[in-house]
Design a protein around this ligand. Sequence first.
Ligand code: DAS
Length: 359
Amino acid sequence: MLFHPTRRATLALFGSLFLLAGGVQAQAGKLPNVRILATGGTIAGTGATSTTTVGYTAATVGVQALIQAVPELAKVANVTGEQVFQIASENMGNEHWLQLAKRVNQLLAQPDVDGIVITHGTDTLEETAYFLNLVVKSRKPVVLVGSMRPSTALSADGPINLYNAVQLAGNPAAAGKGVLVAMNDQIHTARDVTKANTTTADTFRAAELGMIGYIQSGKPYFYREPTRKHTVDTEFDVSKLASLPQVDVAYAYANVGAVAVNALVAAGAKGLVHAGVGNGSLPANTKPALVAARAKGVVIVRSSRVGQGIVARNGEANDDQLDFVAGDNLSPQKARILLMLALTKTGDTREIQRMFNTY
Ligand code: DAS
């Protein structure tokens, strides 16, 4: 059962109000063609009861059921759906990203597709969004959306998030802003958004740099533009790639040693992001292992576990002397994505530093 019975009645009431509004809008002009690519997650999740908001099963509801659960979509866009994967997003991998990116680019090249919505688990939604932000070759809107409560829950946030995402993906005002994330009536850029709370509906935030706009009654309101290059302006092309270079993250903390770094290098990492403490500081027990990795040709990016702020080149470490790359303000998990794509183009650390200063 997708909705609790009393929820159906409430939805029917609100639904009719939406249909009325949507109907007026629909008569105003041609509806946009929006394709929904479903990958799984909580938005496709089900729980045992309407009050089960943790301990539910993610990735169980198919894309057609998601669309049918929001009849208001038909009044704001010509929506079609495609089930690309059906996974909880903690299991998202490089091979999923390559498949998804190629499908997105194929669809956006079609004149009959005006925008794309990707339904996705929230755990790695920010990573998939940033990867696509660097490899989608179109200015058309691509909007990622998820939910923090399963579809069966009291006040499930999936339906309204999906409605907002479809409205955004069909709106020309969302074009040219890079890949966007629409959650909780807010619009975020792929580069700056992060999941900031384990369970609450307002979890997606860009703490210091802020969201890019709001969605109110299905209408987007933008207040800023991204400053870093994205989509059609990047140098990355995955169309002919069958795999991505192995890049991992080593996390720093009090008492850390060199075990993780050495193990990741031994396992074949071509790049390593060091999630340092503070301003990307290198603990004395870890630094020799990073230097040795660099000597073997592994590209090292200095990032920080802190979550906000810039890891400045030659700040807490002499990057020029170490031949390391400074990760700017990207989180370690997003620095990993940019380093992976950089390594598909070059191993030159000066070129890679340029990329970290650009994207
Ligand atoms: N496990 C989580 C995921 O798929 C559920 C969710 O929040 O979407 O990311």
